[in-house]
Write a protein that binds this ligand. Structure first.
Ligand code: NAD
Ligand code: MG
Length: 394
């Protein structure tokens, strides 16, 4: 049966892998709409290749370029946030949410409220507004399929038992580019070094989150919301080979784990399945060729972002929203060369402690979460040194 898919973040790393999965299953998967951020030509290209009906660019300034690039194709287009929301809400069977950062929350939430089944890559949606997002999903009966490789593995492993029999759900981390680096070296690392991920090729924001291990912290919060597991039942294990992605330890001592070669097309295909799995012509995991798998505990001393995220998860309320917003601003500043590596965790810590003193209530709607997000961003921005103007450099 043909199913229609909308891809939010179609020009990004997850978006491109999704396009590969769709093109391998043209008989089964059709594309309704594609959404991109700023690159009109890249969006026009993916819209054409996938035969989408509608393409929406977030940046209004690229609207005319998009329209021209699609002229004669019969593909409709629009630009600006209204067009993005229109794309998200169009009739479709599945909406794959792969916009990076909290910018993905509003369109993903719009698709969810329209009752669409969500294949979720955009973890920031759940970190920023997890309780409200999941409550809305339950209310409209929208299903959420995790695309994040660890959560997709956990989702498959959890199918082996009942949630109440889960002792621990463990997600793995490769450890990022600085797994074995001494603290002094990490402190000096620039964005280029921090972006050199040993296993995955990803977008710029998640690359830095992987280097700081904030990504794993965000993923613990994501797992908490997706699976309704309390913080004490969630754990992280460093596993540099990135073969085992998630493990569920049961009350009888047995463990069910999800394994796959590190290729996002595997969890994407899994999240797009309906009744039966999609067949993927990808290399198969050859454990004998790999020979050994290794595991170690994460070092929260060199990677303080992980303990900050764990603390935010335990604290609950607005803390994950605040942590996520501060992290996004700090990562932006680090990517721009305005701050150093450990300034990221320092800014996140300061924003969390500054705002924890205030009585900010638990966000019960997505709109409330976004208001707290804005306040935390403003607080974080005040901690970033102003760029030195070129004219003052003498
Ligand atoms: P990316 O930077 O490569 O792509 C982001 C996409 O979002 C692009 O298409 C971009 O144009 C679009 N975009 C950016 N801002 C937008 C806005 N304001 N409105 C509309 N579109 C906008 O990022 P990515 O690596 O593909 O990651 C996407 C999401 O998936 C993130 O939340 C990330 O944490 C998650 N994720 C990624 C991976 C991976 O392997 N890349 C794995 C697991 C989870
Ligand atoms: Mg992941």
């Amino acid at each position: 049966m043909t199913r229609f898919l909308t891809i939010l973040g179609a020009t990004g790393s997850i978006g491109r892998s999704t396009a590969d999965v769709v093109l391998a299953h043209r008989d089964e998967l059709r594309v309704e709409a594609v959404v991109g951020g700023r690159d009109a030509l890249a969006l026009a290209d993916v819209a054409r290749r996938l035969g989408a009906k509608f393409a929406a660019l977030a940046d209004e300034r690229g609207g005319e370029a998009l329209r021209q690039a699609l002229s004669g194709t019969g593909i409709e287009s629009g630009a600006g946030q209204t067009a993005v929301l229109e794309a998200a809400e169009r009739e479709a069977d599945i909406v794959l949410a792969a916009i990076s950062g909290t910018a993905g929350l509003a369109p993903t939430h719009a698709a969810l409220k329209a009752g669409r089944r969500i294949a979720l890559a955009n973890k920031e949606s759940l970190v920023c507004a997890g309780d409200a997002f999941m409550a809305d999903a339950r209310r409209v009966g929208a299903e959420i399929m995790p695309v994040d490789s660890e959560h997709n593995a956990l989702d498959q492993a959890l199918a082996a038992g009942l949630n109440r029999d889960v002792e621990k759900a463990i997600i793995t981390a490769t450890g990022g580019p600085f797994r074995n680096a001494p603290r002094e070296q990490i402190a000096r690392a620039d964005a280029k070094e921090a972006s050199a991920h040993p296993v995955w090729s990803m977008g710029s924001k998640i690359n830095i989150d992987s280097a700081t291990l904030m990504n794993k912290g965000l993923e613990l919060i994501e797992a908490h919301h997706l699976f309704g597991l309390e913080p004490e039942r969630l754990d992280v294990l460093v596993h540099p080979e990135a073969i085992v992605h998630g493990l569920v330890q049961w009350s009888d001592g047995a463990i069910t784990a999800g394994l796959a070669l590190p290729d996002m097309k595997v969890p994407i295909a899994n999240a797009l399945r309906e009744n039966r799995r999609l067949r993927m012509e990808l290399p198969r995991l050859d454990l004998a060729a790999i020979g050994r798998l290794s595991f170690e505990r994460p070092d929260e001393g060199r990677f303080p972002c992980l303990s900050l995220a764990k603390a935010a998860l335990r604290a609950g309320g607005a803390m994950p929203t605040i942590l996520n917003a501060a992290n996004e601003i700090a990562v932006e500043a680090y990517l721009a060369g305005a701050i150093g590596f450990y300034d990221i965790s320092e800014i996140v810590e300061k924003v969390c402690s500054t705002l924890s003193g205030r009585q900010i209530l638990m966000p019960s709607t997505v709109a409330e979460a976004l208001a707290i997000d804005q306040e935390a961003r403003a607080t974080a921005r005040r901690l970033i040194p102003a760029p030195v103007e070129a004219s003052k450099l003498r």
